[in-house]
Design a protein around this ligand. Structure first.
Ligand SMILES: Nc1ncnc2c1ncn2[C@@H]1O[C@H](COP(=O)(O)OP(=O)(O)OP(=O)(O)O)[C@@H](O)[C@H]1O
Length: 328
């Protein structure tokens, strides 16, 4: 069974986006080559991979903005190819270069979209003000967008998604070109969207950022999804190791008790009261219980999460260096 099938079968139930055998061909070249995935409501899902791997084409198919050659994709139960407007009403899209009217102010730009959405004047005003406040643009609400930095444009793009009350936000490289502070603020806004139940799809080359906000990621390679899952799961598959948990505790038979925890592959005794465990998942709660159950005294538990950067580098090791450099 392939990675994709395994993942599709174990994907959570409340899927807001699902793709089956999705293909996009341009003439003889295949941009997206029979991919399957499911994204659950409220998830932050990352699309990763080198330039040209098929991420943007996949996004465009979900939005009904490019044709599907074969296979199917469903977004909130709609077929984007047949009902693109239904999808557009419910899904917010932040492309790489956000297209606002430069000569209009931030408020006027949002008002234009709100009008197209058919919102009544009073409702428009309320929603626009609230959205601009959420992204921290109230003070420049009446400034022309021509004067905005990239970070401000990106935030205005997010304000539009918030104003729409989109159920899904699709963000293509949202933090590229932002300075570290603007990036942090933007990631904070993504977390807030998730907290409100919005599903976020994020394409990015910024691996550490992806790791900080994404629940799961899909690694694209040559139009296919080569790997998909939560970062710790991928670490086990690619690096052969997952979490490293260190335990400081005193008591009898601790190493033996730790070794009995399901998912633990190795326990090293570093000192009489220090142990290092390698595990397939974050076993800290189980380790705490095991120590206490044996009448031990627990002093410290720490975990080293695997890095997406390391997983990615190892995975793409076989590729020509140019490809990896572009992507990272
Ligand atoms: N309109 C088009 N006509 C022909 N080929 C295209 C078109 N759009 C994309 N492609 C090709 O499809 C493949 C996938 O491109 P896509 O833009 O989806 O990749 P990507 O993973 O989003 O890359 P990037 O990180 O550079 O955005 C590439 O080989 C690209 O050249």
């Amino acid at each position: 069974m392939s990675e994709q099938q395994t993942e599709a079968n174990s994907a959570p139930r409340d899927l807001v986006i699902s793709a089956r055998g999705l293909v996009r061909q341009y003439g003889k070249s295949i941009a997206v080559d029979s991919i399957d995935f499911g994204i659950a409501r409220g998830e932050v899902f990352g699309l990763l991979g080198p330039n040209g791997a098929g991420k943007t084409t996949t996004i465009l198919m979900m939005l009904g903005l490019t044709e599907i050659s074969s296979g199917e994709v469903s977004v909130l139960g709609f077929d984007p190819a047949r009902e693109p407007l239904k999808v557009k009403q419910r899904v917010g899209y932040l492309p790489d270069a956000v297209g606002f009217y430069d000569q209009l102010t931030a408020t006027e730009n949002l008002a234009y979209t709100a009008k197209l959405m058919g919102l009544a004047r009073a409702e428009r005003a309320v929603r626009i003000e609230a959205a601009l406040a959420r992204v921290g643009l109230v003070e420049v609400a009446d400034k022309r967008v021509a004067t905005f930095s990239r970070g401000m444009r990106q935030r205005l793009g997010l304000a539009e998604i918030i104003m729409k009350r989109a159920e899904i936000a699709i963000l293509d490289e949202p933090t590229s070109g932002l300075d570290p502070q603007a990036t942090q603020e933007f990631l904070g806004l993504i977390r807030e969207l998730k907290a409100e139940g919005v599903t976020v799809l994020l394409s990015s080359h910024m691996l550490d950022q992806v790791q900080r906000v994404c629940d799961r990621v899909a690694l694209f390679r040559d139009g296919r999804i080569a790997l998909m899952g939560a970062v710790p799961e991928l670490a086990v598959k690619v690096l052969g190791a997952g979490f490293v948990v260190e335990v400081e505790a005193e008591g009898p038979g601790i190493a033996r008790r730790l070794a009995m925890i399901p998912g633990v592959t190795q326990v090293e005794t570093l000192a009489a009261d220090r142990f290092r465990m390698t595990a397939e998942r974050d076993v800290r709660p189980d380790a705490a219980r095991a120590v206490v159950a044996g009448d031990g005294a627990l002093r410290r538990l720490s975990v080293d999460e695997p890095s997406l950067e390391a997983i990615y580098a190892r995975y793409f090791q076989g590729l020509p260096p140019g490809d990896v450099r572009h992507a990272a």
